[in-house]
Design a protein around this ligand. Sequence first.
Ligand SMILES: O=C(O)CCC(=O)C(=O)O
Ligand SMILES: [Fe+2]
Length: 214
Amino acid sequence: MVHPLVAEIGSPSKFDRIVAELTETGLSICDDFISPLLVNSMAHEARSLWQQGAFRHARVGRGSSLQVRPEIRNDNICWLDPENLTAIQRPYFNDLEILRHHINSKLFLGLFEFEGHFALYPQGSFYNIHYDRFIGALERMVTCIIYLNHEWTAEDGGALQLHEGTAASSLSLPMQVLPQGGRLVCFLSEAFPHEVLAANRDRLSLTGWFRIRP
Ligand SMILES: O=C(O)CCC(=O)C(=O)O
Ligand SMILES: [Fe+2]
């Protein structure tokens, strides 16, 4: 009989599974990446920040060409400060740090930091098809989104839709992913054009990117 502790050490962790999928297909979807309790606390924190006016209209473009373009995206975002994480944000960022090391040791991407923001899509909001890695944001290598919504159903809309990019993929694309609380979606930022379909109720997430040194 294998000792339970040995079995645990020998079985792949959620981090190993994500990195294996990223290597194979460029995409990984991991349910229950964080606990329901943490989903609730993070959602609660995001909502209080929203009520305090800490969110602003998300913009498109980069540098001096940043513009609010509600016909392209009309979500609201609140950037997080990695130097001043709250006690509620820290456990998720700790997990991301472990994930970053796993990715670097297998994929040799040289990921060096994470930048992220809460995103709130009020009812009716969407984000048109785009790439996360573009001229002006070439440091973004891996996109990581954790969803913070309770009991999301297909009728609620708001799916993340991933499309076929330039690289050949073994995935069946386009693919829709519902923003279910606790679900982590992780993909190579340059590999998939993607969009957020119109949400029929408020949609909360924490979206971010592992970056290489600019
Ligand atoms: O929330 C999502 O599912 C995707 C968001 C997104 O594509 C982005 O913020 O760049
Ligand atoms: Fe995106």
